[in-house]
Ligand binder design. Sequence first.
Ligand code: SF4
Length: 357
Amino acid sequence: MSITSDRPAAVAAPTGADSALADAKWFDAPGGYTGVEPTQEWADEVRRLAKARNATLLAHNYQLPAIQDVADHVGDSLALSRIAAEVDSDEIIFCGVHFMAETAKILSPEKRVLIPDERAGCSLADSITADELRAWKAEFPDALVVSYVNTTAEVKGLTDICCTSSNAVDVVASIDPDRDVLFLPDQFLGAHVKRETGRDNIHIWAGECHVHAGINGDELTAQANAHPDADLFIHPECGCATSALYLAGEGFVPEEKVKILSTGGMLDAARETGAAQVLVATEVGMLHQLRKAAPGVDFQAVNDRASCPYMKMITPAAMLRCLREGRDEVFVDADVAEKARKSVERMIAIGNPGSGE
Ligand code: SF4
């Protein structure tokens, strides 16, 4: 059985008939829907349609700047899902990738959750399927499964405790030291957790995000050498996190300059940094919020090609299509959602969920 909303299935009014964008047309292209520019008229129309639908617009930190600016709330996936559960609206428009919209649905099953383009996937979440996890669990029947929040609802339903990049170390440290742990899907976050906890009974799935994995140690070293006074903000999902710690340990980069931070932690650190320049190792969409949080600091990407093509499928055209046609709705099977919710709630009970991606 699927969870469906008991809210009205259709929403009246948002035809756009009397708006400046009444004749706007969008086209389906390989990178997502296209043909609409993010003008002020577009932003006004998006806000008007959202109000007419009684919808809350949530945008992930890695969204295009125009999508972030038109949203009601911007943040990481878990914080947005918790906001989705709290707001008093009929619909949630989740501008992010599919597993994030699923998490919002898991935490607010009574609301209709829409994603502007359901094809917006995630290479990290796709790096382990439910069947692969079942087979892995069968190899280690006594192990506890800890999953980073970048996983599908089905994988979360097979998970004992979820984690974010902020609390992954605390979650694993809370588990009986004699119990094996299966950690998935991100191998770099897993390596970070293994190093921090000193456990040797943590088994790590060899998954990765192709965007974060593209930020490597060579690039980081070159950037750090070219900007010796800059701070370094590094997301622990990045392939460069291990190299960054190594470089700091070898004295290439002063240890106090390297900060391993979740996306939410980066915003806090941005407001507090005394550095004039900060090199940022994560998806480039994050720069928009960092520059807004600390306009006096020069934030530069370690790799300015680190742009997630799935995140960027939420285009201005996709937003119009979503709000006018009420698409694409996200469904999660009810018993999968119940199990998945428990794995998220166990994490929250351990404390400090902070933020994930
Ligand atoms: S940046 Fe990587 S982990 Fe994040 S949504 Fe894109 S593919 Fe997934």
